[in-house]
Design a protein around this ligand. Structure first.
Ligand code: FES
Length: 351
C-alpha cells in the first residue's frame, strides 16, 4: 500500500485517509491556532483562525475542515496566514467587550493568548457595543454575551458531546447570539447543568457564578484526581488555591474523555464544608459521638458477631454503594460471603 504524504513547513509527514490538515499537524506537534475546533465534534469552520496556505489553492484553507491530500504543500505561518489570523482577531476583539483586566478568564483565555501571539490590539476596527445583558439564571454559571465570540464550541459540546441540545445559534448577523430554547434564560431552558459548555468556552463568555470572587484559573494549582461521586472513575483536574477547590474540569482520558456530570463538576463544596463527617460517629446514650476508626470497627465486628451467633449469618444483609469503586464493591461482597457467611448482598444502584 502506498504511504500518503504531505509537506508541512518544508517537512514531509505521513497521514491516513480521512485526517484533516489540522489532525496531521497536531499529531506532529506543529502549532496551528484554533478557536472553534472541538475534538470529537464535527468541525464547523466558523472562526477561520486555523487557516493555512496550501500551494496552488485559490485562497487560504481552514485546516480543521480541509482533508489532508497526498502531495499537498502546506505553510502554517506564512505572511498571508499571519495577516489573516491577525485581522480575524482584530475583528473579534472589536465586537463586544473584551476587557481582560476584569475578566475571570484572564490567563486562561485562548483569544487573549492569540491576541498576544499575533499582536492584535483590537484598536483597528470600530468597537461594537454589547447588545445583550448577561444571563445569571443558571445556578452555576454566568453567560456574558459581550465576551462571546460565537465560536459555537458550547453548542457543539451540548449537541454532539453531551447530546442535550439545550443551546443553539439564534438570530442573524450582528444580532447573533447563543440562545437556549427560543431565547429563554438558561435557568428556564432544557439545560441540565452538566457544565460541558463552560469547560469548552475558549474565552470568558461562560464563567462560574462566583468567578469574580474566586482566584482566577491561572492562579490555581492543578491536581489530577478521580471523581468520588460514583464508581465510573471519571478523571478530573481540581483547580486548588489555599487548599480549597475553586473549580473542576474533566480530563481528556478514559473513561469520561473530558466530560463530567453536574455533581462531578459543580459539587465540590462538600470538601471544605464544616458539616462534613471526618470521623466515624457512635451513638452513645442517644447521641452521635465522634469516635476513632479502631473503636468503630471493633464495635461493628462485635455487633455483627453477636447477631450472627444469635440469629445466624443470613440474618445479616450487606448493601454496597455506587460511590465505591468496583474493587471496593468486590471486597464488600467477599466480606459478606467469606467472613460473615451470607449471600445477602445488594447494591444501591440496583433499585
Ligand atoms: Fe478551524 Fe475555527 S478552528 S475554522
Amino acid at each position: 500500500m502506498n504511504t500518503l504524504e504531505l509537506t508541512i513547513n518544508g517537512k514531509v509527514y505521513a497521514f491516513t485517509q480521512g485526517e484533516t490538515i489540522l489532525d496531521v499537524a497536531r499529531r506532529n506537534d506543529i502549532f496551528i491556532p484554533t478557536l472553534c475546533y472541538l475534538k470529537n465534534a464535527s468541525p464547523t469552520g466558523a472562526c477561520r483562525m486555523c487557516v493555512v496556505e496550501v500551494k496552488g489553492a485559490r485562497s487560504l484553507v481552514a485546516s480543521c475542515t480541509a482533508p489532508a491530500g497526498a502531495g499537498m504543500d502546506v505553510q502554517t505561518e506564512s505572511k498571508s496566514v499571519v495577516k489573516s489570523r491577525k485581522m480575524n482577531l482584530e475583528l473579534l476583539l472589536s465586537s463586544g467587550s473584551h476587557d481582560c483586566l476584569l475578566c475571570p478568564s484572564t490567563g486562561d483565555c485562548r483569544l487573549q493568548d492569540l491576541a498576544f501571539r499575533y499582536n492584535a490590539t483590537g484598536k483597528r476596527f470600530e468597537r461594537t457595543k454589547p447588545k445583550y445583558q448577561p444571563d445569571f439564571s443558571n445556578p452555576f454559571l454566568i453567560r456574558d454575551f459581550s465576551k462571546c465570540i460565537l465560536c459555537g464550541r458550547c453548542v457543539q459540546a451540548c449537541k454532539e458531546v453531551q447530546v442535550n441540545n439545550a443551546i443553539d445559534y439564534g438570530y442573524r448577523g450582528s444580532d447573533a447570539k447563543i440562545i437556549a430554547k427560543c431565547d429563554l434564560p438558561l435557568g428556564d431552558s432544557d439545560c441540565v447543568f452538566c457544565g460541558e459548555c463552560l469547560q469548552v468556552c475558549p474565552v470568558g463568555a461562560l464563567s462560574l457564578k462566583k468567578a469574580r470572587q474566586k482566584p482566577r484559573v491561572c492562579e490555581t494549582e492543578v491536581v489530577r484526581t478521580t471523581c468520588a461521586y460514583c464508581g465510573v472513575g471519571c478523571q478530573m483536574n481540581l483547580h486548588v488555591k489555599d487548599n480549597v477547590v475553586q473549580m473542576v474540569n474533566g480530563v481528556d482520558a478514559i473513561p469520561n474523555h473530558g466530560s463530567l456530570c453536574v455533581k462531578g463538576r459543580f459539587g465540590m463544596q462538600f470538601i471544605n464544608s464544616d458539616e462534613r463527617l471526618k470521623t466515624p460517629l457512635i451513638r452513645k446514650n442517644g447521641e452521635l459521638v465522634a469516635a476513632e476508626w479502631g473503636e468503630a470497627l471493633s464495635l461493628i465486628a462485635e455487633k455483627l458477631g453477636e447477631y450472627k451467633e444469635k440469629n445466624g449469618a443470613d440474618s445479616i444483609g450487606v448493601l454496597a454503594s455506587a460511590r465505591c469503586t468496583n474493587e471496593e464493591n468486590y471486597l464488600f461482597q467477599k466480606f459478606a460471603r467469606a467472613v460473615i457467611g451470607t449471600n445477602n448482598v445488594d447494591h444501591c444502584a440496583r433499585y
